[in-house]
Design a protein around this ligand. Sequence first.
Ligand SMILES: Cc1cc2nc3c(=O)[nH]c(=O)nc-3n(C[C@H](O)[C@H](O)[C@H](O)COP(=O)(O)O)c2cc1C
Length: 201
Amino acid sequence: MPAARILVLFAHPAFERSRVHRRLVAAVRAQHGVTFHDLYEAYPDFDVDVRREQELLLAHDLIVLQHPFYWYSTPPLVKQWIDLVLEYGWAYGVRGTALRGKRLLSAISAGGPEASYGRSGSNYFTVRELLAPLVQTAQLCGLELLPPFVLYGTHGFDADDLARAADEYGRLLAALRDGRVDLDAARALPRINLDLGALLA
Ligand SMILES: Cc1cc2nc3c(=O)[nH]c(=O)nc-3n(C[C@H](O)[C@H](O)[C@H](O)COP(=O)(O)O)c2cc1C
């Protein structure tokens, strides 16, 4: 994959109580050339500035949607953002080609363990299946959706797990920015951070 201008759209409704995303955000902010945009900070009243968001999207090649998994989905401001920003005639539909050829990466944390996401687990569906609306939204807008960066089992994360997760996320973003990710290899994975060592080697 070629070098990419990365925009991280971050959404956490209770960031002041965050353990996981606090560390991930620090890892994003440590990367030069990566734009960090905190949606809950920018729009506490859900009053999304559509033009500003569209300009941000246009100025980047890879959009990272970073948030905790909330009820198998995104926090509500992400839904509001999608509803307002991805306008007909801009993102999709007649002349709606603004996002064509860009890439989208979902970066999520899930409290439940990996084994719980699947037919034999308590959550029945895989995370990929639960992301179906995003898969089709990307498809409609001509965005390539990469396999998600998923942190499972965050309820049980200790200090080492938190440090490892932040380190992996930072290394992945740097590699995506610099065009050092083998996209063909990545596309075959259920999640992009399954074996980051091999992917970024
Ligand atoms: C309202 C709410 C809904 C949640 N829904 C899910 C869920 O559907 N699946 C899951 O695995 N974890 C779920 N979680 C757990 C969060 O994803 C988890 O706490 C988060 O990954 C931890 O990140 P943080 O420390 O930055 O808050 C939920 C948490 C909250 C507060």
